[in-house]
Design a binder for this molecule. Sequence first.
Ligand SMILES: Nc1nc2c(c(=O)[nH]1)N[C@H]1C(S)=C(S)[C@@H](COP(=O)(O)OP(=O)(O)OC[C@H]3O[C@@H](n4cnc5c(=O)[nH]c(N)nc54)[C@H](O)[C@@H]3O)O[C@H]1N2
Ligand SMILES: Nc1nc2c(c(=O)[nH]1)N[C@H]1C(S)=C(S)[C@@H](COP(=O)(O)OP(=O)(O)OC[C@H]3O[C@@H](n4cnc5c(=O)[nH]c(N)nc54)[C@H](O)[C@@H]3O)O[C@H]1N2
Ligand code: SF4
Ligand SMILES: [Mo]
Length: 733
Amino acid sequence: MNSTLLLRRDGPMTRELARRRVDPIPSQIPERLVPDAVLDAVCGYCSTGCNLRIHTREGRPVNLTPDPAYPVNQGMACPKGWEALAPLSAPDRAVTPLLRGSDGQLAAVPWSTAIAEFCARFRDIQQRHGPDSLAWLGTGQILNEELALLGAVAKFGMGIRHGDGNTRQCMATAVAAYKQSFGFDAPPYTYADFEASDVIVLVGSNLCIAHPILWQRILQNPGHPEILVVDPRRTETAAAATQHLPVRPKSDLSLLYGIAHLLIEQGRIHRAFLEAHTTGFEDFATFVRRFTPDRVAADTGLTVGQIVRAADTIARGKAVSFWWTMGVNQGHQATRTAQAVINLALMTGNIGRPGTGANSITGQCNAMGSRLFSNTTNLLGGHDFTQPAHRDFVASALHLPTHTIPDTNSWAYDEIVDAIERGVVRGLWVVATNGAHSWIQQSRFRALLQKLEFLVVQDMFHTTETARLAHLVLPAAGWGEKLGTFINSERRIGLVQKAARPPGEALSDFNIVRLVAEGWGCGEQFQEWSHPEAVFRILQRCTRGQPCDITGIRGYAHLAQAGGIQWPFPDSTGPGAEPETERRLFADGRFPHADGRARFLFEDPAPLPEAVDTEYPLVLLTGRGTSAQWHTQSRTAKSALLRRLHPQQLYVEIHPNDAHPLGIGDRSPVQVRSRRGELTAMAFLTTTVPTGSVFLPLHYPEVNRLTLQVVDPHSRQPNYKHCAVAIAPISPR
Ligand SMILES: Nc1nc2c(c(=O)[nH]1)N[C@H]1C(S)=C(S)[C@@H](COP(=O)(O)OP(=O)(O)OC[C@H]3O[C@@H](n4cnc5c(=O)[nH]c(N)nc54)[C@H](O)[C@@H]3O)O[C@H]1N2
Ligand SMILES: Nc1nc2c(c(=O)[nH]1)N[C@H]1C(S)=C(S)[C@@H](COP(=O)(O)OP(=O)(O)OC[C@H]3O[C@@H](n4cnc5c(=O)[nH]c(N)nc54)[C@H](O)[C@@H]3O)O[C@H]1N2
Ligand code: SF4
Ligand SMILES: [Mo]
């Protein structure tokens, strides 16, 4: 933290904060701005985790040059990365705290008033309504040190029991699937696996658009691999595949079980691996017998030939890697679908070797960090709130008494939402997520946000759909304006340096949370959490002995010099040891479950929560639209260049065979309706969507008016990829 800057900016509270500052080991990476510098920073958009070196002149960022030596992106970047500096100077940056007055308007207030009001209102709610009456919603888009401080202060300091984040919308399924199957949330791969596979299977993943640099890594594969894409739409990725399997939406379970059945029937499985390293295979083999090619063809809409060819390709592969993203994670049976992918990798022995793996590709820049350190679903360091030994361990790593650590899990995002409806949750603190746009079944969610007694929104911009509903807006610094670390999809911890001063009175999330802790009166508990690198050391301690042990990292300078370091990297590796640049998990076939074995988990396909009918005859698919748009567009819409790379108006993709009978022409206005709401869009006629389905990109604020809050029972992740809609032309007046 730059305490002098804080001191200048604010009054006695921050002076107190600065006085208490204790930093036992001086940081080697300065947080102070250096006038002319080249600073390493991992990109703040997607989980690929590209390096974008930031050049500064006279203390201001002027340019970016991705480092060709960085193992992830090798000097490449996608449009969002190249334009990463643009949002920093946007005119709608939140530059002072804003408090809603008795006239209903948001007005600028000093930090001291904002923090005092926040704490007074939250404490009042907590005293009147008990410990379940407050909650926070965090994110996979702030630094590890920030999300850890937020989770620790909220849970251990302020006694807020329930915290979740936008990672629930995104990665919760992968977390649940890995934990149940492997015993720990452990994506096993390294990006070099894209280049070492001879068969690459992508399930519900549009890499070309959502992870363009990972797609580049596939293109660098010298072996011209077979690429199988399972996606109802002929996406940019599917169009480039050697086999596109256009499954009926949400029929993946049947396909994956059907492929398993063929492999077993033909004896093309890895018996020795199954016997040595897994449990439950025999039951699984019995279970999948009912998924005959004919049944699977009927369930998925594929031909028997397509299914048999896919199984044959997988069986012939010497190094087969299986990858999945939101087409799997967002579904009513998402966890079992992810596990059906994992099962295929296990039964064919495609794990732990180069070019293999059951690989969930992450979404946001620090979703992996939030999985380990946000204190929401896991206790710090991948621990479990409900296990006394874990609580004791973390308490001693934090030098806190064990009783400050709750012994129950938080409610999940959807449960927090339901608790607002029941009048139980009355105060909500939202950090770096824009739920009023991105959460499912939007009209209900927005109405519930308005029901809250006190809504605090901490964001870079005061104009987001969620910030507009807040009682208090706290202005946050963004990527490039603060120091800390992210963890990318392949478990690589990378450094993000500070290259710009936040505008006006905006502060880093780190400093905002420290102010809240002081205002609440629990600052004393977090004295050691004085500076990002000091927090990094605390987090390292919390990982000791875990599968994600990172005690061997020798500070931020080590991360910068090594080109990021993948977990695990325990100090037992040896003093002064250097990590290998690319590392994968499970080379020895040992999984983190107590018996060292991976589990086969499976379940019968369940009926769709909202099947199409005559009134709502089409399936709505939603997802990423272009590589130039990020989620709710609070950042990407600020770049004039990026705005030229995508349609300005909401569009709906529809097959000509569905459009023509309804009298819908290309580029004509249409109304799309579901049982929850309606929106207007421009029809985009294309054969890339299958008949019977339409596609809407999530980047436009209206889209979630249509979606239905259905969650997977294991992960509680919402199903953004299936509901029933109707579409009609809007006749020109
Ligand atoms: N440009 C850009 N890149 C991003 C993001 C962004 O907003 N913009 N967001 C980032 C984040 S947080 C995430 S989580 C990732 C998401 O990355 P992806 O998951 O690749 O993106 P989506 O478009 O949400 O979904 C992928 C595909 O799932 C398909 N799908 C829908 N239903 C089904 C189904 O039932 N079965 C199968 N097999 N497929 C189905 C959709 O047609 C879609 O093409 O992207 C990250 N990268
Ligand atoms: N229909 C549909 N809806 C979806 C999806 C889908 O496929 N279909 N996908 C879901 C998925 S996978 C995801 S991940 C979510 C994403 O949903 P959100 O998290 O709501 O989307 P973002 O636009 O990324 O919101 C991040 C917010 O944080 C702010 N911000 C950025 N950096 C900082 C910072 O450093 N500090 C602070 N305090 N604020 C910051 C931004 O201005 C922005 O308002 O959307 C989900 N919603
Ligand atoms: S691929 Fe992802 S991490 Fe790389 S530059 Fe683009 S948005 Fe950033
Ligand atoms: Mo995501």
